[in-house]
Unconditional design. Structure first.
Length: 277
């Protein structure tokens, strides 16, 4: 079939006399119009010297299609968030909800999110380290939410949860670990909090090594200090940290513990409500 014939057939299929819908009327130009926005829902095209009337989209239909598309995107984003976070409240951990107490770190995390396409190509991630409660997990979740909003797949988890998934998968342990590489970004929270054992160490290494070899970025958060990471005496953990430091740019997240501050605020609030202030 020639291109001309194919185009003729296509035009024939869309230029058939489609019945007038309830929300349409025939305008002075003899064409169908939308009764709501009054824009044409029918137009005239000329092909091969012949004029034909074909259907077109009015403003109402265009807006309806855009709204449907946005609803689909929103629904998919919500599905991606449910897969990403084990804790549902993390879906609210966004840059928009940031308390602004650490603007330098917040800005750096926003830049990483904005330039993620380049960082992904480079396989470049982040190592967020610092004291307990300074916001490392929060900022990692902010990045996850920002990337999900623009269509990237993200998984945020920890080694304890991954180990629970792996246990019992004797036949497909490596297959499961490799499946983590289907995510554009893997975030592993609280490195160093996992139970210390030879099995756990080997599992941690397998997960990090798989991601390292994939060339895809990952983000690690940890309460370990820079010295503990760089000068670890354990050979097993040294090979883990070496891979992390080669791919993840280290950023120290400083500040007062947000958990302690929230505890103080909650305590003060309850104390006042009970008349004990």
């Amino acid at each position: 079939m020639s291109m001309i014939t194919a185009l003729n057939n296509m035009i024939d299929s869309i230029s058939q006399n489609v019945p007038k819908a309830e929300n349409e009327y025939i305008g002075d130009d003899g064409l169908l119009h939308c009764a709501v926005c009054h824009k044409k829902t029918q137009t005239i095209v000329e092909f091969e010297g012949e004029k034909r009337m074909v259907r077109c989209i009015c403003d109402c239909k265009q807006k309806e299609m855009e709204a449907y598309k946005q609803a689909e995107i929103q629904a998919e984003n919500e599905r991606m968030r449910r897969r990403c976070f084990a804790e549902t409240n993390m879906a609210e951990w966004t840059f928009a909800n940031d308390d602004g107490k650490n603007p330098k770190i917040s800005n750096a995390m926003k830049r990483y999110s904005a330039d993620f396409r380049d960082f992904k190509e480079e396989g470049r991630g982040l190592l967020l380290y610092g004291s307990v409660g300074t916001g490392k997990t929060y900022y990692a979740a902010c990045i996850a939410n920002a990337l999900i909003d623009i269509g990237y797949s993200v998984l945020m988890t920890n080694f304890a949860r991954l180990t629970n998934e792996i246990q019992g998968r004797f036949d497909d342990k490596n297959e499961y670990i490799d499946s983590l590489n289907r995510y554009s970004l893997l975030i592993i929270d609280d490195l160093g909090a996992e139970r210390k054992s030879e099995y756990m160490q080997e599992t941690v290494f397998s997960i990090i090594d798989s991601r390292y070899r994939s060339g895809l970025p990952f983000i690690i958060t940890t309460n370990l200090s820079a010295e503990e990471i760089k000068k670890n005496g354990d050979i097993g953990y040294s090979r883990i940290y070496d891979r992390i430091l080669e791919r993840c740019f280290p950023i120290e997240v400083k500040g007062e513990s947000r958990r302690r501050q929230n505890l103080k605020n909650n305590f003060a609030d309850v104390k006042e409500r009970l008349g004990l202030a």
